[in-house]
Design a protein around this ligand. Sequence first.
Ligand SMILES: Cc1cc2nc3c(=O)[nH]c(=O)nc-3n(C[C@H](O)[C@H](O)[C@H](O)COP(=O)(O)O)c2cc1C
Length: 186
Amino acid sequence: MAALRLIGIAGSFNRPSKTYALVQDVADRAAQRYGFDRTVYDLHDVGPSLGPALWRKDLDDQAKGVIDAIVSADVLVIGSPTYKGSYPGLFKHLIDLIDPHELRAKPIIITATGGGDRHALMVEHQLRPLFGFFMSHTLPTALYASDRDFADYKVSSEPLSKRISEVVSELAAFFPVANPVLAAAE
Ligand SMILES: Cc1cc2nc3c(=O)[nH]c(=O)nc-3n(C[C@H](O)[C@H](O)[C@H](O)COP(=O)(O)O)c2cc1C
């Protein structure tokens, strides 16, 4: 049987990127526990055809490939940097090119990063309603990380690491029998 697929998408152009680091960390830990085959993309991976595209058909093959991976994933890890208290416009534009039915009932871990703690609720007030529109299953624990949760673009804080473990555990509601040996060893 083919492995279940986890796709991570970090809505940042920065390389290195804290958002990418957070999504990668979550993806690695979920893959370790449930045996997912995982790939993480950022907006560079989507490429330059995204900005001017009015419709999905206007995208080049590179960008179409990323959207195809998103909509066919068994589980998504979404990460967004916080721009002016919300998600960046180009990240929203990527999501706008997905049809409403394509993310229906899909389990999604929602994550965001910001410079400080002031906009920590952006995961609840911006990202969760966005995927509520798609009728996705956003996992109960949302992750928000600020600059001090990272060292050298790696997750370094214990409280954040604990919340990552919590949301990874919550995936068991969707993948209860996946890799029980690995789960027991964690
Ligand atoms: C245009 C712009 C707007 C930003 N607005 C906010 C903001 O409203 N709140 C906040 O906490 N951080 C804000 N930041 C900081 C970024 O959210 C933060 O540095 C983020 O972790 C960057 O993620 P990245 O390293 O993945 O690109 C802003 C940064 C930029 C470039």
